[in-house]
Design a protein around this ligand. Structure first.
Ligand code: B12
Ligand code: SF4
Length: 449
């Protein structure tokens, strides 16, 4: 039987949040799958920066850019007790609770609610949404999935208020839940090993499309000690690059969108298998696109051919994961890149036409045992290579190799309270690397660029 299913992308509660091409891709993949199983799917996006009711009520609409990034609506809210010692405004990013409640009233006859989650430390926004749903639609089952639900399963079971908490990929579990609750046998189950067997995400549910996310793979062949990729995906799987271009062309024809963001963990790995054929096909079909990669790309693969291809195919925002120039830490954390590889990659990218400001190099700050000097040296090294250092504060993640070091290094109870995973806290910094030193480094970089 056809069920009415409501998807919810909850608020972000944090000290800071910026829309770096963010969309609830996993949730919208599930929406498409459920439609393919003949269910009716609706969507409430608490993060919608173009929400019509908010636009009407709010004189100050969030500043947005033509490439699809920008600010969210924002309201200052009380800081949760565990974070009170941190003197910054704590905010709800997204629509107001009143707007959310109004939207929910239109879905009183829904059969089940699916809510997603991202950063572990954003759980208060998820809980608030669930609390309101339970208030207004008390008898409707609520299923919680996504990153927080996977990484902090016990916490989510105990405190979220959801009826079901799902770990990992949601495709099979959600069909199982529908069968368990309503007795609905699935008519279509995607092949877990064939990412192209999934229907395209239900992007038509987004009412104002300014950019769309793409994913060409799941997982990553590397195992960096600070990263959770292997917890979500047991191995690296890829789509057929030609089918990815079919999808790009499909969305472009349907929505006229130009900006696309890649959410892959390892887009550039083995370029001959994915990015090279993909970009050649884009050019063959004469598609005009701008690509954005806010998630770190691999530097190791960059050579003359790939640099030219990226530059001439509309790769506008590119960020690379470099993390540190300290050789022993590079080895300890997984060895995904070496200093020489950064130097050579920047040379190729600049020869292709990129400028320093285009080449953002992520440096991981505040990992256990890291000194301020290591970060300074890394900044210097990136600048000497001719690229732009971008500081990324380390967020400790349960289940990663670095977790036990993070627990030992942190003065916060990161095991008991996911709010302390917040990267803004630099939760694993040590005496040597104070907030003042960090702020100073950040300010200097800001002044430079
Ligand atoms: C793309 C990405 C981003 C994007 C935004 C993504 C978005 N959706 O908005 C950008 C680049 C902005 C970003 C930023 C950051 N990110 Co990030 N990001 C990712 C990444 C690579 C992929 C997420 C994704 O969308 N995957 C694709 C979709 C298809 O999968 P999915 O969402 O998981 O959905 C599936 C399941 O989760 C499940 N599911 C999802 N929802 C639901 C709902 C229900 C009901 C059910 C049943 C199932 C279900 O089913 C889906 C389909 O199978 C992950 C790593 C990873 N491999 O997952 C890190 C990750 C989530 N990010 C992480 C981090 C650390 C960050 C940053 C803090 C980095 C930094 N230091 O600056 C920033 C923070 C941003 C901020 N403060 O504003 C960490 C999480 C940390 C934490 N403590 O939670 C991760 C895990 C990476 C890591 N280091 O291991 N990120
Ligand atoms: S290369 Fe990137 S995605 Fe892969 S394990 Fe390392 S940090 Fe994670």
């Amino acid at each position: 039987m056809s069920r009415k299913i409501l998807l919810i992308n909850p608020w972000i509660y944090d000290f800071a949040a910026y829309d770096f091409w963010m969309k609830p891709l996993g949730l919208l993949y599930l929406g498409a799958l459920l439609r393919k199983n003949n269910h009716q799917v609706a969507f409430i996006d608490c993060l919608d920066p173009y929400h019509p009711q908010m636009m009407k009520e709010n004189l100050k609409t969030p500043r947005r850019y033509a490439s699809g990034n920008g600010k969210f609506f924002r309201q200052i809210i009380p800081t949760p007790d565990p974070l009170k010692m941190f003197e910054r405004s704590y905010c709800r990013y997204g629509v107001s609770p009143e707007v959310f409640k109004d939207e929910l009233q239109n879905h009183r006859n829904t059969d089940i609610v699916l809510i997603t989650s991202m950063m572990t430390y954003w759980y208060p926004g998820v809980f608030e949404a669930i609390r309101i749903i339970k208030d207004l639609l008390p008898h409707i089952p609520v299923v919680l999935g996504g990153k927080y639900a996977t990484l902090c399963y016990e916490h989510a079971i105990q405190y979220s208020g959801a009826d079901y908490v799902i770990v990992g990929a949601g495709e099979k579990p959600i069909l199982d839940i529908l069968q368990k609750i309503f007795g609905d046998k699935p008519s279509f189950v995607p092949d877990n090993d064939d990412l192209d067997s999934r229907p395209y995400p239900a992007f038509d549910l987004i009412h104002h499309v300014d950019q769309l996310p793409l994913i060409t793979s799941s997982g990553c062949p590397y195992r960096c000690s600070y990263c959770a990729s292997h917890i979500f995906h047991d191995r690296f799987r890829r789509r057929d690059p030609i089918k990815v271009v079919d999808e790009i062309e499909y969305w472009q024809k349907k929505t006229r969108v130009v900006n696309f963001s890649f959410y892959d963990d390892a887009l550039l790995v083995k370029p001959e298998e994915m990015i090279i054929p993909l970009l050649h096909e884009i050019r063959k079909r004469n598609l005009y696109c701008h690509f954005h990669c806010p998630n770190g790309l691999h530097l190791r693969e960059i050579n003359e051919e790939l640099s030219n291809l990226l530059f001439h195919s509309g790769f506008k925002t590119i960020r690379f994961g470099f993390e540190t120039s300290d050789f022993s830490r590079q080895l300890q954390t997984g060895g995904k890149v070496k200093n020489e590889e950064l130097r050579s990659a920047v040379l190729h990218l600049k020869n292709a036409g990129y400028q320093t400001k285009d080449l953002g190099i992520y440096l991981l700050c505040g990992t256990p045992g890291q000194t301020a000097e290591e970060v300074r040296n890394s900044i210097d090294f990136v600048q000497k290579c001719g690229a732009k250092p971008v500081l990324a504060e380390y967020s400790p993640i349960p289940g990663t190799k670095m977790w036990s070091d993070a627990v030992a290094a942190s003065s916060f109870d990161i095991q008991g309270e996911p709010l302390y995973h917040n990267n803004s806290l630099l939760p694993c910094r040590n005496e040597d690397f104070s907030y003042a030193v960090y702020r100073d480094l950040k300010q200097k970089l800001k002044n430079n660029f």
